[in-house]
Design a protein around this ligand. Structure first.
Ligand code: 5RP
Length: 223
């Protein structure tokens, strides 16, 4: 099976976690896009969705799914999203699609985080994938120095030769070469750097369930 077929399989399996009549939180990225396409087929069963990015909102609307502002929503039973890496304990690196801040915010309102990922995303130790950190633009240089002091190699993410600007008007620093043996501790340390908006470590509040796409079928990991 190709990686896309594995992503499609977990997206399909995630429909079992959708709660009828409710609002669902929806992530960002290629796996989330497959999920949105599946959600489009059962849109009559849900009230609508909260999107974790402008791109996700546009795709949801293209399927005729109502998109709610998070400020109108007090709670939701489930948030479904991909990951760049996930450990056997449910800690994740996210933000490869630059949507980490809104992803973390929407996930914080949901009762359950269902991660959908192809098997290549499962790792014992986080950090082979560069760790995304969203920063206030004026703090980009000082935050980069502090991330270097933590042992990583910070690189400003570029798009078309210019700094990538997120949906929130901020920038992304990708930190290379971190071997993250204590993700909860590192999440707290990076959160404490002034000028950081969000770190793409989801460890204090990780996934509750992971639907992992493998050649043998979709495996369910519970944390
Ligand atoms: C976007 C994310 C994505 O969930 C993550 O990058 C995985 O993406 P994909 O499903 O395309 O592999 O965190 O900010």
């Amino acid at each position: 099976m190709t990686q896309d077929e594995l992503k499609q399989a977990v997206a399909r399996a995630a429909i079992d976690h959708v709660v009828d009549g409710e609002i669902i939180g929806v992530g960002t990225g290629s796996t989330a896009n497959f999920f949105i396409d599946e959600l489009g087929r059962i849109k009559h069963r849900i009230k609508g969705a909260v999107a974790s990015s402008e791109a996700t909102a546009a795709r949801l609307r293209s399927h005729g799914i109502a998109v709610f502002d998070l400020n109108e929503v007090d709670s939701m039973p489930v948030y479904i999203d991909g990951a760049d890496e996930i450990t056997p304990h449910g800690a994740m690196i996210k933000g490869g699609g630059a949507a980490l801040t809104r992803e973390k915010i929407v996930a914080s309102v949901a009762d359950k985080f269902v991660c959908i990922a192809d098997g290549s995303k499962l790792v014992d130790v986080l950090g082979s994938f560069p760790l995304p950190v969203e920063v206030i633009p004026m703090a980009q240089a000082v935050v980069a120095r502090k991330l270097a002091a933590l042992g990583g190699e910070p690189r400003l993410r570029l798009k078309d030769g210019k700094p990538l600007i997120t949906d929130n008007g901020c920038m992304i620093i990708d930190v290379i070469g971190m071997k993250i043996t204590d993700p909860v501790q590192l999440e707290a340390s990076i959160n404490n750097i002034v000028g950081v908006v969000t770190v793409g470590l989801f460890a204090m509040h990780g996934a509750n369930v992971c639907l992992l796409g493998t050649a043998e079928g979709v495996k369910t990991l519970k944390f």
